[in-house]
Design a protein around this ligand. Structure first.
Ligand code: PGA
Length: 267
């Protein structure tokens, strides 16, 4: 399946977005310190949106540290229901109560280690949208799938499933992060050109499922070993609107450099 040329909307309309995924790192004190360092490092930066997704136990303190700054607080996963007998789970209403504005959904580590399926992801996306939490939907092929030439088929299937329930009328902005699984935490990255090609495919799938306006507005992030010294390769691509950053987001200077590079992309 090849997206038609020109499927993308005018890139200038999309505000670049950089998201830090702290994964299972940092207790409250160092988490709060890092959040304050990031706020300080980004004090003068404009024209870009940035979000921090700490572990659930640090959402409260990080939320306080971000207060008064334009940085968004986000969670790394959530349950789709508002309450109930679901031991260990956290609901969208609980995230809203903590000040969350966005939530990472369907991260490959959730898929790989906790058996999250495309169907579960679709329910979570629907729930996030109905609670006005911006979903950051993660998709990406595994190495064996890439080697078998299945990248486009896998990504298409994941995006179709995830946004299937999003609907055309949503006023909650959609974000899809293209994270090739083989690039996460490995130091290997896709080339800018390859990531751009897959990003165009993602936009096209969203446009066909949710309407042209949703496709135009969709922000596609690249993720997988993004660092200050490789991020410009991705931000230079017309279809890529930002980055989902794991390891490098645990360093205030590195994350701030990535956010600044995203801001330059907008300029
Ligand atoms: P990484 O992680 O930047 O450490 O590769 C990215 C992610 O998993 O979101």
């Amino acid at each position: 399946m090849t997206p038609p040329p020109g499927a993308a909307g005018p890139r200038s309309n999309r505000v670049p977005l950089a998201v830090g995924n702290w994964k299972m790192h940092l207790t409250r004190e160092p988490a709060e310190r890092l959040a304050r360092d990031i706020v300080r490092a980004l004090a003068e930066v404009r024209g870009v949106e940035a979000a921090i997704c700490p572990p659930a136990t640090a959402l409260d303190v990080v939320g306080r540290a971000l207060k008064g700054s334009p940085l968004l607080l986000g969670a790394q996963t959530m349950h789709e229901g508002t309450h109930g007998a679901f031991t260990g789970e956290i609901s969208p209403t609980m995230l809203l109560d903590l000040g969350c504005r966005c939530v990472i959904l369907g991260h490959s580590e959730r898929r790989q280690w906790y058996g999250e399926t495309d169907e579960a992801l679709a329910r979570k996306v629907r729930s996030a949208i109905s609670h006005h939490l911006m979903p950051i939907i993660c998709v990406g092929e595994r190495l064996v799938e890439r080697e078998a030439g299945q990248t486009d088929a896998i990504v298409t299937e994941q995006v179709e499933a995830a946004v299937g329930g999003a609907g055309e009328q949503s006023d909650v902005p959609l974000v899809v992060a293209y994270e090739p699984v083989w690039a996460i935490g490995t130091g290997h990255t896709a080339t800018g050109e390859e990531a751009n090609r897959v990003a165009a495919l993602i936009r096209w799938v969203v446009a066909s499922r949710c309407g042209a306006a949703a496709g135009d507005a969709l922000r596609v992030l690249y993720g997988g070993s993004v660092k200050p010294d490789n991020v410009r390769e991705f931000f230079g691509q017309p279809e890529i609107d930002g980055a989902l950053v794991g390891g490098a987001s645990l360093d205030a200077g590195a994350f701030a450099a990535i956010v600044r590079a995203a801001a330059e992309r907008a300029a």
